[in-house]
Design a protein around this ligand. Structure first.
Ligand code: HEC
Length: 264
């Protein structure tokens, strides 16, 4: 019994560790889609333009990404590689980690694995959660990553986002919206953590920016599991193979028993 309890405690340890380090704010939920090539192409374009200068993706080769998400090699070389790198190389940059630490307080981590590490919901919410905070070195803070060292590099698209007061959907302890039992409608509550964009300060509408953040996260999710599509199609082939072999073995079985029955 003691042993069982010990094993249980060891198995559960990561769950509690996660709970302790997890975000205290509710995350917006998205469903990444490795088959949506247009979204992945837009995501890669955003990544190359807005992120790669600081964040390498050193386990990802340009060429593999181009083939997986359907970008012709010449287009990718021309429009998405800004250094003198070749298409067969990894998506790295020339940032010196020590200098970066001096500039931002922390070096920008490599993001090839980020979605495995934090989850797609976290990344998606993070990218949309920068807000003006004059007390920070770059004038912005982030709701899901307080005191983050990263500037709001997508501000020209999103616009200037501030924290203000307003009505938000009321959530229960597990993060689900609370429904009024009388009216059947979702209940709201007053909150002063509402993020609002100053109108006309960004080149995108709120919906367009959400889509851009989704595309970026989708591309990062692809980088985290570049084999996902392959493993699905291999999985289907394996199942067909097994079904086929079942048929073969069934006929073999019938054949064997025919001989055995004859003898008796
Ligand atoms: C000017 C440099 C710079 C650019 C450009 C930049 N970042 Fe960052 N980013 C940082 C720094 C610095 C950190 C580390 C912050 C810290 O630890 O305080 C960071 C942190 C992050 C993290 C959190 C990493 C973690 O700890 O889990 C994510 C996710 C991220 N960036 C995504 C992006 C994406 C996506 C883009 C492109 C839209 C981008 N960043 C562009 C500098 C940058």
């Amino acid at each position: 019994m003691k042993k069982l309890l010990m094993i249980g405690a060891i198995l559960l340890a990561p769950v509690f560790a996660n709970a302790a380090g997890g975000p205290s704010v509710p995350l917006d939920h998205i469903k990444t889609d490795p088959t949506n090539q247009q979204s992945l192409q837009r995501g890669m374009q955003l990544y190359a333009n807005y992120c790669l200068g600081c964040h390498s993706a050193q386990y990802q080769r340009y060429e593999r990404a181009a083939d997986d998400i359907g970008i012709p090699h010449d287009l990718l070389s021309e429009h998405l590689i800004f250094s003198d790198q070749k298409i067969g190389e990894q998506m790295t940059n020339a940032m010196d980690p020590d200098q970066a630490k001096a500039w931002f307080g922390a070096p920008p981590p490599d993001l090839t694995n980020e979605v495995n590490l934090r989850g797609a919901d976290w990344v998606y919410t993070y990218l949309r959660s920068f807000y003006v905070d004059e007390s920070r070195p770059y004038g912005v803070n982030n709701v899901v990553f307080p005191s983050v060292g990263m500037p709001n590099v997508l501000a020209e698209l999103q616009g200037i986002q501030r924290k203000g007061c307003g009505q938000v959907a009321k959530l229960d302890d597990s993060g689900n919206t609370v429904v009024d039992p009388l009216t059947g409608k979702a209940m709201t509550a007053q909150s002063c953590d509402v993020l609002v964009v100053d109108q006309g300060t960004g080149s995108m509408s709120v919906e367009e920016f959400d889509q851009a953040a989704y595309d970026l996260t989708n591309f990062m999710a692809y980088m985290s599991k570049p084999y996902l599509q392959d493993s699905k199609s291999i999985g289907i082939k394996v199942i067909f193979f097994l079904l086929f072999m079942t048929l073969v073995f069934y006929f073999l079985y019938v054949e064997f028993w025919r001989d055995i029955k004859k003898k008796h």
